[in-house]
Design a binder for this molecule. Sequence first.
Ligand code: SAM
Length: 359
Amino acid sequence: MEQLTFFDLANHFGLEEEQIISSPKNISNNLLNNISCGDCLKLLRNLPNESVDLIVSSPPYNIGKVENDRKPIESYLNWQKNILAECHRTLKSKGSIFWQVGTYVDNNKYHIPLDIRFFPILESLGMIPRNRIVWIRPHGVHAKLKFSGRYETILWFTKTMNYNFFLDPIKVPQKYSNKKYWKGEKKGELSCDPLGKNPGDIWAFRNVRHNHEEDTVHPAQFPEDLVRRIILCTTVPGDIVLDPFMGVGTTAVVAKRLNRFYCGAEINEEYVSIANQRISCQPDSNLNFPNLKTLREYAKKKGVNDVSTYKFTRQRKGSIPSLKSRAFPEEHHNREIIKRIEFEADNSIDNIFDMLIKE
Ligand SMILES: C[S@@+](CC[C@H](N)C(=O)[O-])C[C@H]1O[C@@H](n2cnc3c(N)ncnc32)[C@H](O)[C@@H]1O
């Protein structure tokens, strides 16, 4: 279902090609399909009111991982409020903001789940909450004095009650897709939606590290499939997607692939350059690729089988790249997450039985 083409979607939403292409005209051309290298507030102030259809971003969590990432919590939140006020101003009336955050830990090891603090900020701007999405991730630091953190959150807010939400392109398969009514007027008809079901508000995507083929030098990049789901359910081809904290450009890569326009900022020059390599699917002048996924896509497009003349800026640094390297796409990691949850669930039940027998 996610294979729908540009024109299938246009028909589906009753849009003519011309309407789609003409929608973004109120943003100056040099900001469209471009990542501005610099402070996002500067970019945001250059965007007209009600000019973007979707804002999806993951700001620095204030934990010292990336630039601008170790302010006292109140000044961090004030800074973020100014950015979100600008985002609200630039968002079209049917538009959405997806703000992805984790946990802030201060110097005394005091933990604050940031979504709790962002929720009232978004409400105070007049935005309307839709979902608090829990993004579960099976890997991370093993804590000794608390439960290990294994989820982050994505706050979804809309500007008005009349907002875009397209469920069909993001439905996930039903467990029993052929189930039929066995009595009553509808007897014999399918009892569930053959297109699939709503994916719900608990999302499982691997964090992009180590053996994930999308992994670059960035310590906190989005998985592409997470952004894909958000873009597909809130925009149509030709719409504009803004990410004020682009990092290595995941939002831009996915927006471009789905025929949306992108626009955004990133303060770190190296990340902007990596983002541009990912978007153009080209190596840099030293034949470095930012990640295995970009190399695989490039090799497929160019029909290259031997990639040993290329290098990676990160994955298996120093080793000769191979298209068969053990770094996997998101589908693989997703299956592993489910297997792991089932394994832990099954084994915890055994443990409980063992304990009961011993008692
Ligand atoms: C959590 S990361 C975003 C990663 C991104 N989602 C991706 O997939 O690559 C936050 C990014 O914000 C950037 N940043 C920090 N302060 C900024 C500012 N004032 N303006 C623009 N970017 C900034 C950091 O350099 C970092 O790359």
